[in-house]
Design a protein around this ligand. Structure first.
Ligand code: SAM
Length: 195
């Protein structure tokens, strides 16, 4: 992979995103999926650069824009990998094709997030929540229950300002459990926490 190829893909997807348009390619037209905004992408990239993770889990792949930003933070020789979950089978297949073409270590795990999380093993250094906001809390609980995250894991979640009501229970958990966290006032609001 080259950074130029990743940049080209980011530019392509952001072109659709900024216009609020459906994403289309030779495989079809997929509808707009509320991808991360550019400010969030740059913060995700920066957090990956700073924390040098080995394993990243994303919940909510869509067309792969946020995964591309996460990927851009990984250095080529780190051996780091990204798993990203997507329940729309057509989108999952199309997005996997994008990563395969780029020859990058990103695996799209098709299926409903709770079911997929239940099959995962090992631990993740970073988890980025970006599927249904009202499911963040139950996904967090399952990740904890299965020890997929542990002390030192970094948790990131998008839309915690513009859709705060949907993820209230999730947000309260960080305060109630004294977990170090902050909310960055991006366009949508990004939670950054460390267990
Ligand atoms: C906001 S979009 C993700 C955008 C992506 N992270 C980006 O910035 O490029 C949410 C995606 O999560 C998927 N999704 C929603 N609920 C899900 C669930 N319960 N399990 C798996 N995927 C889900 C949707 O199909 C959609 O593609």
């Amino acid at each position: 992979m080259t950074n130029t190829q990743i940049e080209t893909e980011i530019d392509l997807l952001e072109g659709f995103s900024k216009k609020g348009e459906s994403y289309s390619n030779a495989n079809g037209s997929f509808g707009w999926r509320n991808p991360i905004r550019e400010d969030t992408g740059r913060i995700l990239q920066g957090l990956v650069i700073a924390s040098n993770p080995k394993r990243i889990l994303e919940i909510g792949a869509a067309h792969g824009l946020s995964a591309l930003y996460l990927l851009r933070g990984i250095s080529n020789d780190s051996g780091a990998t990204i798993d990203t979950i997507e329940f729309d089978e057509l989108v999952a297949a199309d997005t996997q094709e994008r990563f395969d073409t780029l020859n990058v270590p990103v695996k799209v795990l098709p299926g409903e997030a709770m079911q997929v999380i239940d099959t995962l093993q090992g631990t993740y250094d970073i988890v980025f929540f970006d599927a249904q906001k009202s499911h963040y809390f139950q996904q967090l609980n399952l990740l904890l229950e299965k020890n997929l995250i542990q002390k030192g894991s970094v948790l990131l979640a998008d839309n915690v300002i513009d859709r705060q009501e949907e993820c209230d229970e999730f947000l309260n958990w960080f305060t109630e459990n004294n977990i170090s966290h902050t909310i960055i006032p991006t366009e949508c609001g990004l939670l950054v926490a460390k267990l």
